[in-house]
Design a protein around this ligand. Sequence first.
Ligand SMILES: [Zn+2]
Length: 105
Amino acid sequence: MSQGFSIGQSDNGFFVRDTDGTRVSRVFRRESDAEQDLARLAARAERAHRTEHRPCLCCGRRFLSQGPFNRLCGECGSAGGPPELDRVTTTRARGRVGWGVSAHG
Ligand SMILES: [Zn+2]
């Protein structure tokens, strides 16, 4: 999916703008420099999009992940350290399975 960045032009040069037309880069004198920055911004946006939400390894709830290294939601992550198999099993046995699932509608 395209992030929709495009090159804009002003009196001072060229810049990258997003779908709203907002300038998201500095102004470059050369269009080719702006295009390079566009590629960089698009790659970063795509990466951010890909790592935006992940299911927590502990409770399974989707949360905003900081990246591939970040696999626990804030709740489980702050509960202390990496997840252990015991803890996952115990958590599930306590009947938290199914919470957060609303199939209505
Ligand atoms: Zn969790």
